[in-house]
Design a protein around this ligand. Structure first.
Ligand code: ATP
Length: 373
């Protein structure tokens, strides 16, 4: 595990559990339904990391618990789950379930089950622990997750884990990047043999987007490349870092979402268009606007990250330049409705961008000249 990783403190579990806002209400609403904090929430509680979303598994009807809690409920029929917001916390309530896979990579068949079976369907031991909400908060850890957490190891629960669901291999990169976890050796062997072709593109992209939103996304994509799962081109790490930096400050933060930009950088999306923009000759602002218009923010950010410095001015200034005149002014001056209007306004815009006109009167003069020519 990386040196800055937090200490694992099982002794402080009870205290940290008590400190979670909203959890008392869940405990009261659960009554005699057996409810448990599970998965990443338990892992993060052990590590002392903050989180705003918690997973609760219920041996019984999770939707009923959701109903008793009030709040905002979304029910997902297939998995008997509900999402509830209480006191600033987002709770995902799910009926404890077991899963069987008809074929590799397919979505699982689901049936209600005990908590122990529910933990057995999970991805890694560190995510397969539970804490009962009522009574003594004693850690339920059938797969040795606590010990693996202490050693910073990602370990699958069984040999077929990545065959059943290869997206777990992508999830491993997310945890490895975020916490500096390493792959337990056998898990590493199994992971390298994972076959992502059995999974739909949407599911793969869903996991990769989650990775792209991580602060240490670069590390995650580099790991996936090292593991032979998702190859990246030379220079991709630097590109991810560069778009991440752009997204952190204005003006770029106004036009791109960091996760989407990192995702595109990692997968090489729109790379050709971005490279072309980055290498373009831009002798004037009006030429810059002509080139950049029509491209989405992510493509522009990739181009900027590839060296197209002029795009800072496009995004920060040129993009929002507006004329003081409009088509009505041209019509009032006797120009008939039709393509002449657009031609005139475009000429005025070019002149304004390039600093050749100031004020409505001069804009109109340039527009009328162009419309009449
Ligand atoms: P984060 O900390 O990024 O929110 P998380 O660990 O809470 O991540 P989620 O994707 O929210 O992970 O899933 C919640 C829990 O569900 C996981 O901790 C894991 O136990 C289980 N899980 C999620 N996806 C899978 C999967 N594909 N296979 C097995 N278990 C899974």
């Amino acid at each position: 595990m990386s040196p800055e990783s937090p200490k694992i403190e099982p002794d402080r579990l009870a205290e940290r559990l008590r400190a979670l806002p909203g959890l008392d209400r869940v405990r009261d609403a659960a009554g005699d339904l057996r409810a448990y904090l599970v998965g990443g929430a338990v892992r993060d509680l052990l590590m002392g990391s903050e989180r705003t979303d918690l997973d609760v598994a219920v041996e019984g009807d999770a939707a009923a618990l959701g109903g008793r809690l009030g709040g905002e409920i979304r029910e997902h029929e297939r998995f008997s789950t509900a999402t509830v917001r209480v006191d600033g916390l987002e709770l995902d309530l799910a009926t404890a379930r077991s899963e069987t896979y008809a074929e590799p990579g397919a979505l699982p068949d689901v049936r209600p089950a005990s908590l122990v079976e529910d933990l057995a369907r999970r991805d890694f031991t560190v995510n397969a622990m539970a804490l009962p909400l009522a009574g003594d908060p004693e850690l339920i850890d059938p797969h040795g997750g606590l010990e693996d957490l202490e050693h910073g190891l990602l370990r699958v629960l069984h040999e077929r884990s990545f065959v059943e669901d290869p997206t777990r291999a992508l999830r491993a990169a997310r945890y490895a990047a975020r916490y500096g976890f390493e792959l337990e050796p056998r898990t590493g062997e199994l992971l390298r043999a994972a076959n992502l072709d059995t999974v739909s593109r949407d599911r793969v992209d869903g996991e990769l987007r989650k990775l792209a939103r991580e602060p240490r996304a670069r590390r995650g994509f580099e790991l996936l490349d090292e593991w032979g799962l998702v190859p990246i081109k030379a220079g991709t790490g630097d590109l991810i870092a560069a778009v991440g930096e752009l997204a952190a400050a204005e003006p770029w933060s106004d036009v791109i979402d960091r996760g989407e930009a990192v995702f595109a950088a990692a997968l090489g999306t729109n790379a050709d268009a971005a490279r072309e923009l980055a290498g373009a000759e831009v002798p004037s602002p009006s030429r810059g606007v002509e080139l950049a218009r029509g491209h989405d923010g992510v493509t522009l950010a990739l181009a900027r990250a590839l060296g197209g410095e002029w795009l800072d001015r496009y995004v920060g200034e040129w993009r929002t330049v507006r004329l003081e005149i409009d088509g009505e002014d041209l019509i009032a001056a006797g120009i008939p409705e039709g393509p002449e209007i657009g031609r005139g306004l475009a000429a005025a815009m070019r002149a304004k961008l390039d600093g050749e006109v100031g004020g409505a009167e001069e804009e109109l003069r340039v527009a009328l000249d162009a419309a009449r020519s």
